[in-house]
Write a protein that binds this ligand. Structure first.
Ligand SMILES: [Zn+2]
Length: 252
């Protein structure tokens, strides 16, 4: 499994801890990651594909600075491992937030796997327009949703619940965790099971080992159960926005 560095974002540190129960008012630069899974007979699989445009993070979602260098484009990151975008057969989306689902069209031959409940939530988000951060779309990008429901519709596969997608690659739904239809991807590797957890965990030690839940969730109890289950199942937990994931994911 290979990590893909698809951009960077400056975010408040309080995102790491639920109810903002933190005295840390600082900000950090975090990675926006995707993953490439090779070796299966069904061709290269990508999990999450980064953001459509860093400017939209600021203008639409009212967030802090975001960036994506040419070297961090999806095509360039796949190219680091000798894979061309048209060779990717499957794109799995952990959830549909702007920083995970913005570049689906760049993989022209991939079937796109997403939980049906997640598409429903993304199409009709519950963001009050007055929100200073997130706004009406609540971190879902209307352009991403529009693309999925029309030009990419024939390649979209809406799944419901847990699905064994390929030998050694399982999608597991954690409803109402970070988002209503957020799924994790469990990957069997030579050194045990790795969990691509999207944004259910932000920091492994804090959120999984210590059990301090991160800030963004729909149901706090569901989030707690999700993190406990991830901790039980996976030897390696790979959050999207943790620099440690870059080091861990290259092994095995
Ligand atoms: Zn994210």
């Amino acid at each position: 499994m290979r990590p893909l560095l698809l951009g960077e974002a400056e975010v408040p540190n309080v995102l790491d801890i639920f109810w903002s129960l933190s005295t840390d008012r600082g900000r950090s630069s975090v990675p926006i990651l995707g993953f490439l899974i090779e070796g299966g007979k069904d061709g290269p699989v990508v999990v999450d594909c980064g953001m459509r445009d860093p400017r939209r993070a600021i203008e639409v979602h009212r967030l802090g600075p975001h960036s994506c260098t040419p070297e961090q484009s999806l095509a360039a990151q796949l190219g680091n491992y000798g894979v061309r975008p048209e060779q990717v057969t499957t794109l799995i989306l952990t959830h549909l937030h702007y920083d995970h689902a913005g570049n689906c069209a760049q993989l022209p031959n991939a079937r796109i796997i997403v939980q049906r409940s997640e598409l429903m939530a993304a199409a009709a988000p519950m963001g009050p327009p007055a929100l200073a951060i997130g706004g009406k779309s609540l971190f879902y990008d209307r352009a991403d949703v529009a693309e999925l429901v029309d030009p990419l519709w024939d390649r979209l596969e809406l799944i419901e619940g847990d699905v064994a997608l390929f030998p050694g690659i399982d999608c597991v739904l954690y409803a109402n965790s970070h988002t209503p239809g957020h799924q994790c991807v469990y990957v069997k590797t030579e050194i045990g099971t790795a969990a691509i957890v999207g944004d259910i965990a932000r920091k492994v030690d804090l959120n999984v080992t210590q059990g301090v839940l991160p800030a963004i969730y729909y149901d706090l109890e569901a989030m707690r159960r999700a993190l406990a289950d991830i901790g039980r199942r996976a030897g390696r937990v790979l959050p999207t926005h943790d620099w440690d994931t870059l080091k861990q994911a290259t092994i095995g």
